[in-house]
Design a protein around this ligand. Sequence first.
Ligand code: PGA
Length: 239
Amino acid sequence: MKKILIGNWKMCDKSALDALHFLKDLPGAQKKDVRIAAPFTLIREMAGNSLKIRIGGQNMHSFGEGAFTGEISAKMLREAGADFVLLGHSERRHLLGETNEFIQGKVERALVEGLSFVLCVGETLEERESEETFDVIQTQLESAFDGISDDQLESCNALIAYEPVWAIGTGKSAEMDQIIKVHEFIKSKYDLPVLYGGSVNLENFQKLVGSRSIDGVLVGGASLGAATFSQMIQLLPEG
Ligand code: PGA
């Protein structure tokens, strides 16, 4: 399986022109599994790029349509050109109050609409310090995949991203042994690729993607600069 590199652009302030410029010169991207979870307003512009970088959304609603002001549906994402979506990112869980139950609805909706997704899970520092990491991850996974079969998950090429909340945007990546323990735990339960996210940068990139237990990385801050992202693409193992 190819290792996967996903950039999470969050609510960055790139214009459509900036985004197109970013996509101009990323050598080697065509041959690798590179994706960008873009702000909604950039998806249409970025989708279908000649580098074959897959473009996705960062969130969607669990309902197919309706009176949900400010929300976006799976169908709307697909129509804009997205071919995957991030679900349950910790910023949405912790800053915007998304519950495991709501996230389960989103997983179901993504499956109904045939939209591939990346389910993000991860513990807070408090949970890690009180040795609840594995319980928290298990609960997040079991709730999100409640009532959903392994076949359904595989058929939509679902991915799981382990992102410890305390490592996101802090410059403090988790240690390799901490990551590997959680990845092996997840892999013992689900036959899906598991990515790591949380302060991935050029210094720790190679070690992370070189590990047998890590199927790829989800990169926030460090994915915003074309030069850094381009170097990551070059360092990404092909097979
Ligand atoms: P970071 O973000 O790389 O800036 O820590 C990762 C993420 O939130 O997906």
